[in-house]
Design a protein around this ligand. Sequence first.
Ligand code: 13P
Length: 340
Amino acid sequence: MGHNLEETARALVAPGKGILAADESGGTIKKRFDSIGIESTEDSRRAYRDMLFTADGAADHISGVILYDETIRQSAHDGTPFPKLLESQGVIPGIKVDLGAKDLAHAPGEKITEGLDGLRDRFAEYFELGARFAKWRAVITIGEGIPSEYCLWTNAHALARYAALSQEAGLVPIVEPEVLMDGNHSIETSFDVTSRTLHAVFTELRDQRVHFEQMLLKPNMVLSGYDGSGRAGIQEVADQTIRCFRRHVPAAVPGIVFLSGGQTDEDATEHLNAMNAMGPHPWELSFSYGRALQAPALKAWGGEESNVAAGQAAYVQRARLNGLARSGSYSPEMETPVAA
Ligand code: 13P
C-alpha cells in the first residue's frame, strides 16, 4: 500500500469491492447495541469490531474499513492492533475525523458538522496510527422551508476545509454530504436537494484546491422519503440517482461510494446493482455501508462469544452480495438464510 493518494482512492473502489463503515461514534454504537439488548462498554465494542475484522473471506469484498477514534487504538483478541490486522489482509484502514453534527446557529432544524479546530494535528496522529483515508459527514435535513442555502454552503465549506487538510496529511478524503431521507418528501424533492447540495460541495472543493483525483464522494442515493406514499421503485431510484450525479460530479473523481442511510439491506444492494447494470459510468459506483453491511451480523451475534461464527457468516454474506452489485451481477434470489 503506497502513499500515493490517487492509488489509494482507486484501490478503495477496486472491482468487486467496497468499504465497511464501522466508525459509529460512542452514541451511535450504543443505540445499535441497545437494539439487541447488550451493554456498550469499551470491551463489548472491541469484541464486536473484532468479530467483523477477523471474518474469514470478508477481505475478498471489502477494500477498506472506516474506524472510530477509539477503535483505531484497539486490538484484536490476539493483540494485533486493528489497523495492522486490516493491513495484513490487504484492507485499507480509514478514520472518521468529524466530531458530529450540531445545531446550526439561527437555523432551526438544521445542522453543521464540527471538528476543524486542531484537525491538522489529529491527521498527523491518525496517519501514524495507520489510517490512509478519512471521512467527514455533513447532515442535510429536508423539511418545511429547509435546507437553507446557508446550511448547504456552510457545510460545503467545512467539507472542503477538511478535504484539503486530509490531502495535505496524505490521507484520501471521503467527502460525505448526507441528505437524510426521513420524511414524506417526493423523489423530485430528493433530486432537487441532492442537486443543490452537490453543487455547493463541488464549488467549495474546487475553490479550496482539493484534488478531485485524490478523493471519493460518499452521498445518499436519490430516494423518496421513507414515510412517503407511492415511493419510487428500484429502477427509478437508479435512474434519478445517476441523472443527478452525472450533472454534478466531475469525471476526475475516481469513485462514488454510497451510504445506506437506513434503507433495508436488500434495497441498498439492489439499488447499487441496478445503477451498475446501467454502466459504464464516468466513476466507479460502490458502497460504504454501515447498517446495510452490519445489521444481520449484529443480530446474529447478540453479544455472545458463541455466536461469533454466525455473526461473521452474516457479515460476509452481505459483503459478498454487495461485491456482486458492483458489477450488476446480484439478483434477489441470491438472498438465502445464512447458516454458520
Ligand atoms: P449507513 O450506511 O448506516 O448510512 O452508514 C454509513 C455512514 O458511514 C454514515 O456516516
